[in-house]
Design a protein around this ligand. Structure first.
Ligand SMILES: Cc1cc2nc3c(=O)[nH]c(=O)nc-3n(C[C@H](O)[C@H](O)[C@H](O)COP(=O)(O)OP(=O)(O)OC[C@H]3O[C@@H](n4cnc5c(N)ncnc54)[C@H](O)[C@@H]3O)c2cc1C
Length: 216
C-alpha cells in the first residue's frame, strides 16, 4: 500500500507547496518529536491533550494508566494526533510576515487497544527508546505486572499529512524597510547537565544513553 493513503481531510489547502508527501519525512518527524497532542471527543466536545507517542513500523502508540480517560475515549473512536517540531522563529520586517520554521505531521485514524502482551511489551520498550535511545539496555526487563497495569492504544499511520516551513521571512518590497533587521532565530531542543538522583551511590557513572542524549 502506498502511504499516506489519499484523503480529502489531509489535503493541504493553505501553502500546499509546504507539503512533504514522502512518508519517510513524516516518520522522521514523528521519531524526533518527544511529544504529541492527541485530539478526541469527550461527551461530544473536542479535547486535546499532550502526551508521549512512539512509532513502531506504520503505527503510532500512546500509553497510560488503565483508567486514563483520553486513552479510553480513543478506543474505537476517531482521533487525530498532531506532532510539531519548531525549528526557528522567523523574524520579519513587519509583524504580518513573522512566522515560524517548523516540521509537523497530522495523523487521522481510529484508536484501538493493544491487548496482546508481547505487542504491549514491544510498544512500552519502544516508548522508552523513543524518549532516550539506548536507555532500555540500562534497565532491568519491564515486569509483566507493569505491562498488565498499562493501557496501550495504537492508531494506524495511514492517513496523514506532513507540512514543513523552512527558509527566510517573507518580504514585501514596497511596504517594508530592507534596513530593518530581519532573519531567522534557529531553535532546537538541547539537554542540560544530568542531575543524578540522591539515592544513586557515589561513583556510579551517568550512562552513555543519558550523557550522550541529543535530539535532531
Ligand atoms: C509551530 C507552528 C505554528 C503555526 N502558526 C500558525 C499561525 O499562527 N497561523 C496560521 O494560520 N497557521 C499557523 N501554522 C500553520 C497551521 O498549522 C496550518 O497549516 C495553517 O493554519 C493552515 O490551516 P488551514 O485550516 O487553512 O489548513 P488546510 O490546508 O485547510 O488543512 C487541510 C489539512 O492539511 C493538513 N495540515 C494543515 N496544516 C498542517 C500542518 N501544520 N502540519 C501537518 N498537516 C497539516 C491537515 O491534514 C489538515 O486537515 C503553524 C504551524 C506550526 C507547526
Amino acid at each position: 500500500m502506498t502511504l499516506p493513503i489519499p484523503s480529502d481531510r489531509t489535503r493541504l489547502h493553505r501553502h500546499s507547496e509546504r507539503g512533504a508527501p514522502d512518508p519517510a519525512a513524516a516518520r522522521a518527524i514523528l521519531d524526533e518529536a518527544l511529544t504529541c497532542h492527541l485530539a478526541f471527543l469527550r461527551d461530544g466536545a473536542p479535547v486535546v491533550l499532550p502526551t508521549i507517542h512512539t512509532r513502531v513500523d506504520d503505527h503510532l502508540y500512546f500509553h497510560g494508566a488503565a483508567s486514563n480517560f483520553m486513552l479510553r475515549a480513543a478506543i474505537g473512536q476517531a482521533i487525530c494526533c498532531a506532532v510539531t517540531l519548531v525549528d526557528g522563529l522567523v523574524l520579519a520586517r513587519s509583524a504580518f510576515h513573522h512566522s515560524m520554521n517548523y516540521r509537523s505531521v497530522v495523523v487521522f485514524g481510529e484508536g484501538s487497544e493493544v491487548k496482546d502482551p508481547a505487542t504491549k511489551l514491544r510498544v512500552l520498550e519502544a516508548l522508552v527508546e523513543h524518549a532516550a535511545p539506548g536507555r532500555l539496555a540500562d534497565l532491568p526487563p519491564i515486569a509483566d505486572d507493569h505491562v498488565r497495569k498499562t493501557l496501550v492504544v495504537g492508531m494506524p499511520l495511514r492517513e496523514f499529512s506532513c507540512k514543513v516551513r523552512s527558509g527566510p521571512a517573507g518580504f514585501a518590497e514596497r511596504e517594508e524597510d530592507p534596513a530593518l533587521w530581519a532573519g531567522v532565530l534557529p531553535l532546537r531542543l538541547a539537554a542540560g547537565a544530568p542531575v543524578t538522583d540522591d539515592r544513586v551511590p557515589e561513583g556510579v557513572p551517568v550512562p552513555a544513553s543519558v550523557a550522550g542524549w541529543a535530539r535532531g
